[in-house]
Design a protein around this ligand. Structure first.
Ligand SMILES: C[S@@+](CC[C@H](N)C(=O)[O-])C[C@H]1O[C@@H](n2cnc3c(N)ncnc32)[C@H](O)[C@@H]1O
Length: 284
């Protein structure tokens, strides 16, 4: 998603938006390319985890709580290079499982395991097709931080979240608020409305936001096409309810989780929802 008009962003066609497998295959190639940026963060991530630290925001740690003695297994969906997954180990999970469809991201996660000795397993799979061997085994399922926008089918996703949970397990989601794309910083660091269409649906794009992945060694026009959709909060909540999950809290936060709005003046921050969280249980 990009709040600014860009030649390399266009609405997905109805055929592209319906083609779940095609959408995800494109994103897999794009994220494998983007793993290059995560490789640059490896030493920092290894040092953080080795020192006993966590990369999670305080708001996430509050939602997740102290996992010591109450989480045999935490499953992190869309785990990327594993830094946040191993943070769950640092919060007290006995064992962590990270799932991602990018082999290059998981290569990085395996290196992080070797560098830290963490009790981690890495599973290469589409989040819609997580192996059934993991069903009912997660005391915590955690996901977010730029995860949901890459998915083409929220109903299938929500069903996977539910089937992974152990009977007393908890789901914690912390992700970007779909409304964040409606706002940007003006030249003076105040908020302005962008041209973004909140109800516009899926976008196809090449290239990455400078605040996040930025330039890669592959020229932007040669990068893999990728698809994203800023699902509305209503669509996300409805998918989770439809899967039978019992929602305990839905909270909106001003946390700028990817520093995408860092040009906004400090006194202006806190006025808009830039992220949200959901805590849920299996509901049976
Ligand atoms: C923005 S990252 C998620 C946040 C992550 N915690 C981090 O450290 O940045 C998005 C991740 O989702 C993964 N991903 C996207 N779509 C996926 C899918 N359908 N199945 C599995 N992984 C997916 C990408 O490979 C990428 O690693």
């Amino acid at each position: 998603m990009d709040p600014q008009p860009d030649a390399n962003v266009r609405p997905a066609s109805p055929e592209e938006a319906r083609d779940v497998a095609g959408w995800h295959a494109a994103n897999r190639a794009a994220w494998d390319e983007a793993a290059e940026r995560y490789e640059g963060w490896f030493d920092e991530a290894a040092a953080l985890i080795r020192s006993g630290g966590s990369n999670l925001f305080p708001v996430e740690e509050d939602l997740i709580g102290d996992l010591h003695g109450r989480c045999r297994r935490a499953i992190h969906l869309q785990c990327a290079g594993g830094r946040d997954t191993l943070s769950l180990w640092r919060l007290g999970a006995d064992e962590v499982v990270g799932v991602d469809f990018s082999p290059r991201m998981l290569g990085l996660a395996r290196r992080l395991t070797e560098a830290t000795g963490a009790p981690a397993t890495w599973v290469e799979a589409d989040v819609l097709e997580v192996p059934h061997a993991l069903d009912g085994t997660a005391d915590l399922v955690y996901t977010g931080r730029g995860a949901i926008i890459w998915l083409a089918d929220l109903d299938r996703w929500a069903a996977v979240l539910r089937r992974l949970l152990a009977p007393a397990g908890r789901l914690v989601i912390f992700d970007g608020h779909p409304a964040e794309w409606l706002f940007d910083a003006d030249e003076d660091g105040g908020w302005i409305l962008t041209d973004y269409d909140y109800f516009g649906g899926a976008e196809a794009s090449r290239g990455w936001a400078p605040e996040y992945i930025d330039h890669l060694s592959i020229a932007e026009d040669d990068q893999a096409l990728k698809f994203a959709r800023a699902w509305t909060l209503g669509e996300i909540v409805t998918a989770l309810l439809g899967a039978g999950l019992r929602l305990e809290r839905v909270t909106e936060h001003p946390v700028d989780w990817w520093a995408g709005h860092r040009d906004v003046r400090p006194e202006e921050r806190g006025r808009l929802p830039l992220s949200f969280s959901i805590v849920a249980t299996r509901g049976d």
